[in-house]
Design a protein around this ligand. Structure first.
Ligand code: FES
Ligand code: FES
Length: 171
């Protein structure tokens, strides 16, 4: 008898996994079913950004992709980021800026910000705004999120300089 199931093999947060799925299952539904619940369901139609994950280095909406489209790809979810005890710089800055209210948008915002910082150098406000354009927040008015993002970008930019001067100091 013909069944409507198939499987998808991908890397999630650096681990190779194979899951049973269906041709019509969305990547977001598969991730949440398999326990990656930090990736949120918001609009389900590519407008809010709550479901943002990084696939092969690009921020994508998991609600718009079929699970099968992740075959052989590298997917990163919010679970790959820092922990409560050891938050990533963007997480530290979001908290420090008071940029988290209900928090529903935050995993998607963190993943878009991470994709931005990994893909671009010398990030201008315009470039940052382009990357973050697809992530909506209903609570904060964006100002504090923006402050946190800018601080994280500036911190990352200062990091190599700090390392270089530390090396220089040892000579
Ligand atoms: S849930 Fe995917 S963009 Fe809103
Ligand atoms: S903090 Fe509530 S939607 Fe952004």
């Amino acid at each position: 008898m013909k069944t409507n199931t198939c499987s998808v093999s991908l890397s999630i947060n650096g681990e190779k996994k194979t899951f049973a799925t269906r041709p019509d299952e969305k990547l977001l539904d598969l991730l949440r079913r398999e326990g990656y619940k930090g990736t949120k369901y918001g609009c389900g139609q590519g407008t809010c950004g709550a479901c943002t994950v990084i696939m092969d280095g690009r921020a994508v909406y998991a609600c718009l992709l079929y699970a099968m489209q992740a075959e052989g790809r590298k997917v990163r979810t919010i679970e790959s980021m820092g922990t409560y005890d050891k938050p990533a710089p963007i997480q530290q800055e979001l908290v420090a800026a008071g940029a988290v209210q209900c928090g529903y948008c935050i995993p998607g915002i963190i993943m878009s910000a991470t994709a931005l910082m990994e893909a671009e150098k010398d990030i201008s406000d315009e470039t940052a705004k382009e990357y973050m354009d697809g992530n909506l927040c209903r609570c904060t008015g964006y100002e504090k999120i923006w402050v946190a993002l800018r601080r994280t970008i500036d911190r990352a930019a200062a990091e190599p300089k700090k390392k270089a001067s530390a090396k220089g100091g040892k000579k």
